[in-house]
Design a protein around this ligand. Structure first.
Ligand SMILES: Nc1nc2c(ncn2[C@@H]2O[C@H](COP(=O)(O)OP(=O)(O)OP(=O)(O)O)[C@@H](O)[C@H]2O)c(=O)[nH]1
Ligand SMILES: [Mg+2]
Length: 428
């Protein structure tokens, strides 16, 4: 200490101070030095911070999180992690969705089986009507209350009052008997409706379902497609022509809707895509003339099918219905049996009202088969049941979407299975 006092005294002398150094001065100098050095250390510490801070702070944070201290820091870091993670997840999700969309696009071609398309197409009818049967009773015994509910659901299913009454009457016998649950109810409905429709469906010309390459027909089969405006005639013909062409058939299509140029162009697009011949009207031709030319061409080309698209018309317009009849008669000059099929396109959305249309068209033309379209956009997919029964005309085709693959011949079992969600696993 004395040495430090004498050092300070020497400094005073050099600086010309007359004061005498003592222990207090030594302590004062030491304190100044201490403050100076500590601030220097802090400053140097800050200089190192950019590289050291990350390591130190993260270690700090993790140790605090590990020890359960500093929950807020933990939350903060968690938030940052989640934010980063969320971005990663979102990117992952986007990628996944993109892949799903791409694979769906691919799958939406023939890879989606007809069974799946039909099931998907009748989804609304199932969800809004038929599927409700599943919630009617959970046990395995039918009682009066559940029967009442079933009756209500069936009345909303557009299957016709006579059919519902008969169904309920038959179901009454099952009331109170053990072992009759939802599964049995569905099987019962399936069988009941099948029995009603099958005898009529049997009248359908089997060659409509699929084309046999070596069939012995030597004249084209003429299919005239009729219906009210916008029912789906042109689209259905496009799908049907594609289907038959893919089965190896030679097809000629006649664009007999001479009222709208756009209708002919629409059909042309389908025919180009299907690579089938299309006959279009000469300026000012009558629809019957186009039908005649189309059949003539089909005969000359030894085609298997001649499909005629007609203009949509209201079933209540007598003159338009007469014109349609005339178109059919003109064809007889080339083939007395033509048209071999007159198919009426019915839009499922019209439900029971479609029956009125069907009756009028049938009266005027003698419809040989029905094409039930747009089942995918309606909950009235079941209305086909009452129409078939009332008209005694079978359903030839069913349409469940706008894609070319969304049309197929009508298979009663598959239709009932899809409608009732019954035995789906067996469907191809
Ligand atoms: N969702 C759905 N849409 C369909 C189906 N069939 C046809 N459409 C659509 O219904 C609309 C009318 O179809 P068209 O084929 O032009 O009907 P059309 O009977 O020829 O009409 P007109 O010639 O005007 O009488 C089009 O937008 C089709 O894509 C189907 O099964 N499902
Ligand atoms: Mg059309």
């Amino acid at each position: 200490m004395e040495a430090l006092v004498s050092i300070i005294q020497s400094v005073y002398t050099v600086l010309g101070f007359s004061a005498e150094a003592n222990i207090g001065d030594v302590l004062g100098v030491l304190s100044i030095l201490y403050v100076f050095l500590s601030s220097m250390t802090h400053f140097v510490g800050k200089e190192e911070a950019p590289s050291g801070l990350k390591r130190d702070s993260s270690e700090d944070v993790s140790s605090k999180i590990d020890s359960g201290e500093g929950k807020d820091i933990g939350k903060l870091e968690q938030g940052v992690r989640e934010e980063v993670g969320e971005e990663d997840n979102k990117a992952d999700q986007d990628l996944k969705e993109e892949k799903i969309v791409k694979s769906a696009e691919v799958k939406d071609t023939p890879k989606v089986s007809w069974g799946q398309r039909l099931k998907r197409g009748l989804e609304r009818s199932r969800a809004e009507v038929w599927g409700k049967l599943e919630s009617v009773f959970s046990g395995n015994q039918l009682n009066d209350d559940s029967l009442e509910e079933i009756e209500e659901i069936l009345y909303g299913a557009d299957i016709g009052t006579a059919t519902v009454s008969e169904l309920i009457e038959t179901l009454q016998d099952k009331c109170g008997s053990e072992g009759f649950g939802v599964r049995e109810l569905k099987s019962f409905l399936h069988e009941f409706l099948k029995n009603k429709m099958e005898p009529i469906q049997k009248n359908l010309d089997g060659s409509l379902a699929s084309f046999e390459v070596n069939s012995t027909e030597n004249k084209p089969k003429v299919i005239m497609v009729v219906g009210v405006n916008g029912a789906g005639k042109t689209t259905t013909i496009g799908k049907l022509a594609t289907k038959l062409k893919n089965q190896g058939a030679k097809v000629v299509v006649g664009a007999c809707d001479t009222f709208r140029a756009a209708a002919v162009d629409q059909l042309q697009v389908w025919c180009d895509r299907a690579e089938v011949e299309m006959v279009r009207a000469k300026e000012g031709s009558a629809p019957s003339g186009v039908g005649y030319q189309a059949l003539e061409k089909a005969i000359n080309l030894k085609a298997d099918y001649c499909i005629l698209d007609t203009a949509g018309r209201l079933h209540t317009k007598g003159n338009l219905m007469d014109e349609l009849k005339k178109s059919g008669d003109v064809l007889k000059k080339l083939d007395s049996a033509a048209p071999h099929q007159t198919l009426l396109v019915l839009d499922a959305i019209t439900g029971q009202n479609a029956l009125r249309q069907a009756e009028e068209f049938h009266k005027a033309l003698g419809v040989s088969g029905l094409i039930f379209t747009k089942c995918d956009g309606s909950s009235k997919g079941g209305s086909a049941i009452s129409i078939v029964q009332s008209l005694k005309v079978p359903i030839a085709f069913i349409g469940v979407g706008e894609s070319v693959e969304d049309l197929n011949h009508f298979d009663l079992d598959d239709y009932l299975k899809a409608l009732l969600n019954n035995g789906q696993e067996e469907m191809s």
